[in-house]
Design a protein around this ligand. Structure first.
Ligand code: F6P
Length: 505
């Protein structure tokens, strides 16, 4: 087994990307400064993308450009809007871009999260296509293009763009400076061509993405969907090479399933800090003598939170012996709460949890404990370690890193993962109990199986999933992504390209 570590990635970048500036771009920033009373606190937001990219940046160094969303962010930056992070022991630089209320409403809340997000997640929430959002989306992409170009100067630069907030950015950068090396990772699914054809600005968005040299998705299916969709354009598609050529420029489309820093996560899971939080949770949630099921998600309609509560309801109906015994803790981290669809799901989850508790509660027990706030990683890991099972019930999910984090937390080899077959993670974690989250019976049966699984089977499954996540960690993801650039011809850099752009790993 090849061990992919931070040092392996660091060495890879040092030897192969030597001489190149490395700029990551995303909307969500990896560290946010917030006012808490009179103090300013710096914390990591609830974002799978940001928590996956942060260890990569710690290994590579470089500059990360992102929207400064914290209410004390301006206080923390220098005159160039930069701040060294992580604050306790800086390893890379964060440059913040300031967006106005209108820009955030149009770009983030509007086009990104009311149009592209529901369009790409086939979870039956209708996308909103508003021309004013589209204009703001373009403007914010331009604002980030200016920031990237300013930082890149005339140096050889590799720009690594994250996610669906910046579909127009690659083309803008390519038009401004044709010799930039540009790659993008799309962290959410890409739907089939027919679904995508409802997007009114289809041509512009595809053209924007085809400004990339390399475009990554989690799964081969998402790559195929993208290539089929791009076939709608005036572009030459080479299916065998997974390449789309438009206006003489080629974009290679490849799958790279993202992951976590397994070793670091497992080490934290065994720390005294986590043990202390386990004791606290046990007491606070009155877990003594109880069985614990957990779910940890952003409060998002794609995550299947009402669905899993319905599994619990049905399970208690079918298995009276578990009444008074099973506690289900749902952590629901508030997310995108300015949007109507998110306020509705929030209300639905509240009402459903209350209804289930009313139905089954006894004087000393209630089945659902709903915790609606963001917790630091150590507190979540403590919950992972206390749980008899963890439920990931997404209706559609690019990857889902909660599933991988749960597995990495279980250094004791215990715990069962119930996993929606509509997550990217389900293609790797074959030893989870895979479910169709749209079927209440399926979910309720999985609760039963999880609680009654033979200990040998439970351990065997967890062992195999741990091996998978350990081998396929985030450093492997990063090295594979960067290595894929090796296969690409960059005429602009003939003779002076960094080794990574010449030699396949
Ligand atoms: O999954 C897509 C994504 O943008 C992730 O990158 C991130 O984990 C999550 O959504 C968080 O979204 P937001 O930045 O809107 O809070």
């Amino acid at each position: 087994m090849k061990v992919w570590t931070r040092d392996v990635l660091r060495e890879f970048v040092r030897t192969k990307l030597d001489g190149f500036r490395f700029i990551v771009v995303s909307n969500r920033e990896p560290f946010e400064h917030k006012r808490v009373g009179r103090r300013v606190e710096c914390s990591q937001p609830a974002s799978g993308m940001a928590s996956a990219l942060d260890p990569v940046m710690r290994a590579c160094g470089g500059l990360w450009i992102a929207h400064g969303s914290g209410d004390a962010d301006r206080q923390a930056v220098d005159q160039y809007d930069r701040v060294a992070v992580p604050p306790e022991a800086p390893e890379y630089t964060l440059r913040r871009v300031w967006l106005s209320k209108d820009e955030i409403e149009g770009h983030y809340s509007g086009l990104s999260n009311q149009a592209i997000w529901p369009l790409c997640h086939v979870a039956f929430t209708r996308p909103v296509f508003d021309p004013a959002h589209w204009r703001m989306y373009r403007r914010v992409n331009e604002r980030f293009a200016e920031a990237v170009l300013e930082e890149a100067g005339n140096e050889p630069t590799f720009v690594f763009i994250q996610d669906y907030h910046f579909a127009l950015l690659p083309r803008m950068l390519r038009n401004a400076r044709s010799n930039l090396v540009i790659a993008q990772f799309w962290h959410i699914p890409w739907p089939n061509r027919q679904v995508f054809s409802s997007f009114p600005w289809q041509e512009e968005i595809l053209d924007g993405l085809l400004g990339n040299d390399l475009l990554g998705f989690h799964l081969p299916q998402h790559c195929q969907n993208f290539i089929d969709t791009a076939g709608a354009l005036e572009a030459r598609v080479d299916q065998a090479a997974s390449e789309v050529c438009r206006g003489g420029h080629s974009t290679f489309v490849r799958p790279f399933p993202i992951s976590i820093d397994f070793d670091e996560h497992s080490a934290v899971a065994e720390s005294e800090a986590v043990a202390a939080h386990m004791r606290r949770w046990r007491e606070e949630l009155s877990l003594s003598g109880k069985l614990l099921g957990i779910g940890i998600d952003r409060l998002d309609y794609t995550k299947g939170i009402p669905e899993r509560l319905r599994f619990l309801d049905r399970f208690l109906e079918m298995h009276p012996g578990y009444r008074g015994k099973l506690v289900f803790v749902q952590v629901a981290v508030p997310s995108r709460s300015a949007l109507p669809a998110y306020r509705e799901i929030d209300k639905e989850v509240d009402l459903l949890a209350a209804k289930i508790n009313r139905r089954w509660r006894t004087p000393f027990w209630k089945p659902v404990i709903l915790l609606k706030r963001h917790f630091p990683a150590v507190e979540m890991i403590a919950l992972h370690r206390l749980a008899h099972f963890c439920v990931v019930a997404s209706l559609h999910d690019g990857m889902n890193l909660v599933a991988k984090e749960f597995v990495a937390s279980r250094t004791d080899g215990e715990g069962v993962l119930i996993l929606s077959k509509f997550t990217g993670a389900s293609t790797e974690l074959k030893d989870a109990l895979q479910i169709n989250p749209f079927s209440i019976e399926d979910g309720a049966d999985a609760f039963d199986l999880a609680l009654n699984m033979h200990p040998d089977d439970r351990k065997r499954r967890m062992h195999k999933m741990r091996e998978t996540v350990e081998e396929n960690n985030v450093y492997r993801w990063a090295v594979k992504f960067l290595s894929a650039l090796a296969d690409i011809e960059f005429p602009e850099y003939a003779g002076e390209r960094p080794a990574a752009l010449q030699v396949a790993v």
